[in-house]
Design a protein around this ligand. Structure first.
Ligand code: PLP
Length: 360
């Protein structure tokens, strides 16, 4: 049947997605961009130089297997290259994971609020998102997540430290949780902020991976390594699973520039650690200062802080930040996330927030 009015229609999975909201970008040099958890440090000279020289090869396709980067990561993490899958950002790898493991109707369990990409990537694969509310103290409710597992559950996403709350999952709690997950359910530990996760009882995700072959560790060069604009992340998984992820990847998705920059960044691990140290010191300074101002801020183990809000406080705070030309991430209905930057910009945040009693 032909109709003059017929149009191609989006598939159900895409038609049901929420509209895409672009991250707000700074319009001028005075604007503080604290909405995206990026590194505020400029690229390291050695990393920049590796990108400059690789740019001469942009007429060539990159190594689609990311051979050198996987080899270097294998040494860095004490795994083998066949346990690694590299992709265009860890969001790209996560999309490969969810589409590779889920058929339509399968379920993906994750905490909420957590990373905004989780429900979108799940829906895009035709799978069903199963969000499990965080506890009142902003921690993952691992008991409720274990109870949410059904015969349809294929993947569980754990985000530690959690975006946007900054709260880490306690190592013991995670170990106990893993013993409750059926062996055929994949548990992804998303550690986008692992480099910042200093503090007591840190999760040793690679040790958990060695003990539980259904664990997959997800990491990125976008945050502490400062390569957000180049798009490169990776997963550590059992060889047959990592092989599936590599086969499911879009060919040539990780540019040669990104691969080279990631290798150069591993070479610069010492400088990276110094930078992380600076961010962590600022985080602890701001946490203490905000609490002294009367704010309740959960213990962050990442490069951002979380202010839970009700509707009235939410709009008051957004107004205060906007008036002060400072971009922050608004999670309407839940709270506001403020990325850490240099000391002067962080002081600006302290000034904007001022005294808690001045707000509703
Ligand atoms: C930023 C972030 C990522 C990483 O994104 P990339 O695609 O690697 O830039 C992954 N997971 C979480 C929770 C994040 O916050």
């Amino acid at each position: 049947m032909h109709s003059l009015h017929a149009r191609p229609a989006l598939g159900k999975a895409v038609a049901g997605l929420p509209p895409y909201v672009a991250g707000r970008r700074a319009q001028n040099a005075l604007t503080a961009a604290l909405a995206s958890n990026e590194s505020h440090y400029e690229p390291l000279p050695s990393v920049l130089e590796s990108v400059r020289s690789t740019a001469l090869l942009m007429n060539r396709y990159p190594d689609t297997a990311s051979t050198e980067l996987r080899q270097r990561l294998a040494e860095h993490l004490a795994v083998t290259a066949d346990e690694l899958a590299v992709g265009p950002g860890s969001v790209g790898v996560l999309q490969q994971i969810i589409t590779s493991f889920c058929d339509p109707g399968d379920e993906v369990v994750f905490a909420w609020r957590s990373f905004e990409a989780y429900p979108i990537l799940t829906a895009l694969a035709g799978a069903r998102p199963v969000p499990v509310p965080l506890l009142p103290d902003e921690n993952h409710d691992l008991d409720a997540m274990a109870a949410a597992i059904t015969g349809h559950t294929r993947v569980i996403l754990l985000c530690t430290p959690n975006n946007p709350t900054g709260t880490p999952i306690a190592s013991r709690a995670l170990q106990a949780f893993l013993t409750r997950v059926p062996a055929d359910v994949l548990v992804v530990i998303d550690e986008a902020y692992v480099e910042y996760a200093t503090g007591p009882d840190p999760v040793d995700s690679l040790a958990l991976y060695r003990r539980h072959p259904n664990v997959c560790v997800l990491r990125t060069f976008s945050k502490a390594y400062g390569l957000a604009g180049l798009r490169v992340g990776y997963a550590v998984a059992a060889p047959e699973l990592a092989d599936g992820l590599r086969r499911a990847a879009l060919p040539f998705a990780v540019s040669a520039l990104a691969q080279r920059a990631a290798v150069a960044s591993l070479d610069a691990a010492h400088e990276m650690a110094e930078r992380v140290h600076g961010v962590v010191a600022e985080r602890e300074r701001l946490l203490a200062a905000l609490r002294a101002q009367g704010w309740q801020v959960p213990d962050s183990r990442a490069n951002f802080l979380w202010l839970r809000t009700d509707a009235a406080l939410h709009s008051e705070l957004l107004h205060a930040f906007t008036t002060a030309d400072t971009l922050v991430r608004s999670n309407a209905g839940d709270g506001i996330r403020v990325s850490l930057a240099d000391a002067a910009t962080n002081d600006r945040v302290l000034n904007i927030l001022g005294d808690r009693t001045a707000f509703g």
